[in-house]
Design a protein. Structure first.
Length: 118
């Protein structure tokens, strides 16, 4: 069922495509924007998908409950080290691929102690 794009997308001057919120949006061969409500999945999530979603949930909760000083240190470390990611993304990366040597390099470049990030 074709629908009009949400007014917000038009207001922002965006030309979205793919799954955005509850909508699937694409451009037809004639250049028209086609939008419809995204159908529910045909199959339930696999065990691997459930495991990965739980992993991301645990990391997000851990970030939320970090002491404010530690969160601020992560937020300062990323730009101070010249990285193109934010502090939260740096934290997620480290939780997924704990690499003490890389973290030590980031801390050295940022001018902070590795103990500030724990």
């Amino acid at each position: 069922m074709r629908q009009r794009p949400p007014a917000l997308y038009q207001l922002l001057g965006l030309n979205p495509s793919g799954d955005i919120g509850p909508y699937t949006i694409y451009r037809s061969k004639r250049g028209k924007t086609v939008i419809f409500l995204r159908p529910p999945p045909k199959t339930p999530p696999s065990a691997w998908q459930i495991q990965q979603r739980a992993r991301w949930t645990v990391i997000a909760h851990a970030w939320r409950y970090l002491p404010a000083t530690v969160r601020e240190a992560w937020l300062r470390a990323a730009p101070a080290a010249g990285l193109r990611v934010g502090g939260y993304n740096l934290y997620v990366w480290y939780q997924c691929t704990p690499d003490p040597a890389a973290l030590a390099t980031i801390c050295r470049l940022a001018g902070i102690s590795p103990g500030d990030l724990t």
